[in-house]
Ligand binder design. Sequence first.
Ligand code: IVH
Length: 682
Amino acid sequence: MTENPQQEMDALIESLEELDRAYYIDGKPLVSDLEYDRLYHRLQQLEQVYPKLKRPYSPTCRIGSDLSEELPEVSHKIPVLSLDKAYSASDVSTWMHRTAAKAGGSLTFIVEEKIDGVSIVLYYEDGILMHAVTRGNGYIGNDVTGNVKTISSVPLRLREPVSLAVRGELYLTVKEFEQIASGQDIPYANPRNLAAGTIRRVTSSAVARIPLRMFAYEGYILGSGSTPASHWAMLSYLHALGFPVNSRTALFYPQDMPQKAQEVPPGWVVGTFGDLEDYIRRITAERQRREYEIDGLVVKVNELDVRDRLGFTGHHPRWAVAYKFEAPEAETDIKEITVQVGRTGRITPVARVKPVKIGGSVVSNVTLHNQDYIQMLEAAPGDTVAVSKRGDVIPAVERVIEKGAGSSPYWIMPERCPACSTELVKRGAHHFCPNDRCPDKISGSILYFIGRNQMDIDNFGPKTALLLISMGALTDPADIYRIDYDRMLSGQGGFGDKKIAALKRGVETSRKRPYKTVLASLGIPEVGEKAAEMLIEGGFTSIDALLEASRKGDVERLTSIKGIGEKLAEGITEALRDPVMLRRIRMLQEAGLSFSTVQEGIRDDKQIFSGETWCVTGSFINFKPRSQAEEEIKRRGGKVTSAVSGSTTRLLSGEHPGSKLEKAKALGIQVVSEEEFLELIK
Ligand code: IVH
């Protein structure tokens, strides 16, 4: 293939590194995608033929591995401390002046964006990425090297053979997070959660599919290399070595040292101490417009020798402070973690927290989504946590602030269903109760069926449903249409004749709900009103068509519909093969509910007789008994009375009409023959 494979491979790596850097760091691609792919594949080919010659920093490492690897614990070579906090622009300004005075004046400060992502420490030896470690408790973190290697903006090899540690933040852009979140059912509430969940995955090929990015913000030269004199020089050096560095960075200097303004890289904001507060206020106002989320600003002493003199407290450096934006967030303690069983059997852990006020409402239950999410947070009862509530979104545990004394590393899902003691099974990230007769699953599907966004049955609320469930009368949503309400409810506390009659009326009218609503109420996972509409518009105008596709496992027919992804399609076909679901559908069909849009054509659209009062007389060829003709009128919105009167609008007259015809003629009421009637209702 080649005379000196190692030489060719190294040359390819160098070219690809240069192209990667131009693309990911400088944002200026040098060649076409096609040309890039050509070089990449050539390298891949050579590595396959000569696996022993493959370099550990080869760009082909970025695709990750499907092997499941544990995340071993490793000690940090540098203490990975956190920051002291300030809560107002004037607090930051006070801190800055005080720190400058303590250090003996003539200091400058760097202000960086505080990226709301996941902290990472990268260790390079002789310019090669050896370890990537999470922050952990500051002394020990998890080794996530394989995962971090998949991130395109993290250099695998530096442009100089230096040994150093780099602290940075891994993050996702808001746009990319939203794209990922909209396409699938993920429990992550924001880009940071998804980034944190991703970096802890055990298969790095899954990590490679999430477009994580990085900013480097601190560097520590290890070994013999010399350290730059200032933070801005360190950031410039990191950039020169190949790291992405955030250019939205500012330098502030004392009024009497204008020469300091000349020292910073192009693009940076420069100002005097007096400008700091305004700068903070401006960034705070602008923060929603960033392509990534920031949760504050970090103010740092620029002169590195002064940093050394100021040193650390046990918890944070004395040379930096974090200004945190106000967030709809509150601190509280997890009292206990309980689990809820949903209608699909999905188990959701819920943190019962000490009631706390967030953005105007009191929160005491907070979802924890699933075991993986809890592991990502490392949360357990007794821990102090940050809870957020953004707009209408359900409250979420954002992170653990402090582990409780003696609390376990993280809470673990019970092995059995709390409602029926059946052993739980894990599918994907979630645990499920597989028992079809699980009482919580049954009540969940019934409460869902009658819910406001589904069948919305008038005068049939959760209380009534739970009462009927406890009486054993209601074991499936379909029972709603079979229960003898008079017998079950009269005499029950609070149920008078009037209330029972109203409930029965509610049930009756709900029988006429359109197919779309019925489909959305069945309890097929992830199929609510919107998915039901997409299915119908995509050609599944009847349940039979859907059942047919499910029986055949024809997932592709479903995914051919815009908006229906593979996961959703698989969920639908699986649900529609489930015997409990099939029985439910059959019983609801028997109860006369709508299972196709065609049926609805007659029932809902052509209310041609509404507002009319009909009388029917004589005998008919096509309507035997005569009541069949009366049904046809009622179905089209007309009223039928037994005698002709002043309010009668039309008389349907068959053979041998008798006196009614005379009366109608006398009153000038329109008379309709059987033939004309057939024409009308055609
Ligand atoms: S400096 C000792 N700079 O905020 C140096 N941190 O508690 C401390 N963060 O865990 C970190 N952007 O994950 C620093 N520009 C920035 C940052 C930043 C985000 C995170 C970091 C750290 C937390 C501070």
